[in-house]
Design a protein around this ligand. Structure first.
Ligand code: FMN
Length: 321
């Protein structure tokens, strides 16, 4: 099967599958595994404490793969400046940069004179058009099913992707709720030219930083075992359902301010579960796709099974029509 799309050509990858930025989880091992399997792996820049740590992580990744990879910038969420960190990505001639969580214009401007390809995460037609106007090479459309931070309008991937495809000329990548070859083919049918997966890649052998308790929750959870926190402070994010997340919801309902919940939603609280395995003492991001996760394969096994599933879909389409 020929997987070539504008995204595979733009990013110089074999399969149009991108591993999403994953706060505190997307480091060199996972990114290298995805890139080596023919997709695009990414490091999450703002999870690293210093610019030098990012430089070292990029170099570590380059020692593990000769394939293209990305660096993700979630700006505005971590309270630290990002300009010097983007400069590290420029100095290291990173092949791809993805941008989310704030106004992408300054980063797009910084990257304009370079060969780095840029993808902007969007959750509406307007944001996608703006990214195109600002010179982004592509957009990643994040639907409401996804894990982590979401758009404010609660629009699902199935509705949002074709609308963005119709609204822009640059290639579109679908994200949110995709976990196997069926979802991949559905995204292509909607006009997307690639997919991004977050939650599914956490449940892999090479996501070495995720605690066994977190990975087990991804396997045990059904599609109803997630919830959206921080909606009332204008930054909705999908997390795994637990008592801790319910406490956050209760507090934000009573006092819908960042100040009221900031200790509960900190990186430290996040790491309590995802690193330490303390499910009672912290929260963890995750999407509705957990309902379809039943194993912890290697990344290469996951991508191979997605290719097989996609070929089954294509065969079925062939016999249908
Ligand atoms: C644990 C976790 C952390 C995330 N952190 C980031 C991040 O730092 N930057 C980013 O662009 N997206 C982040 N996301 C969103 C993913 O990159 C991706 O868009 C999303 O997971 C897609 O939905 P899915 O989980 O259904 O695959 C995160 C998602 C999860 C589950």
């Amino acid at each position: 099967m020929n997987w070539e799309t504008r995204i595979t050509k733009l990013l110089q990858i074999e399969y149009p599958i991108i591993q999403g930025g994953l706060a505190y989880l997307a480091y060199a091992e996972l990114a290298a595994a995805v890139s080596n399997a023919g997709g695009l792996g990414q490091i999450t820049a703002m999870s690293l404490p210093t610019d030098e740590d990012l430089r070292n992580e990029i170099r570590q990744l380059r020692s593990l793969t000769s394939k293209p990879f990305g660096v993700n910038f979630a700006i505005g969420m971590h309270g630290i400046g990002y300009e010097s960190r983007v400069q590290v990505a420029i100095d290291e001639q990173v092949p791809v940069v993805t941008i989310t969580g704030g106004n992408p214009t300054p980063i797009l401007q910084m990257l304009k004179p370079t060969l780095t390809k840029t993808l902007v995460l969007v959750a509406s037609r307007r944001q996608a058009q703006k990214a195109e106007e600002q010179g982004a090479d592509g957009v990643i459309v994040v639907g409401q099913e996804g894990g982590g931070h979401l758009g404010r309008d609660d629009i699902g991937t199935m509705v949002l992707v074709p609308q963005v495809v119709d609204a822009v000329n640059i290639p579109v990548i679908a994200s949110g709720g995709i976990g196997d070859g069926r979802g991949w083919m559905a995204a292509l049918a909607l006009g997307a030219e690639g997919i991004e997966m977050g939650t599914r890649f956490i449940a892999t052998q090479e996501c070495v930083h995720a605690s066994p308790s977190y990975k087990q929750a991804l396997i045990d959870g059904s599609e109803t075992d997630t919830m959206v926190i921080k909606r009332l402070i204008g930054a909705p994010a999908r997390v795994l359902r637990n008592d801790y997340a319910q406490t956050i919801l209760d507090i934000e309902k009573k006092t819908p301010t960042y100040e009221a919940i900031k200790d509960y939603i900190s990186g430290t609280a996040n790491k309590q579960w995802i690193y330490e395995g303390n499910k009672q003492g912290g929260f963890a991001f995750g999407g509705q796709v957990i309902g379809m996760i039943h194993d912890i394969p290697t990344v290469s096994k996951l991508i191979n099974s997605m290719i097989n599933e996609a070929e089954t879909v294509r065969h079925r389409w062939g016999t249908l029509f």
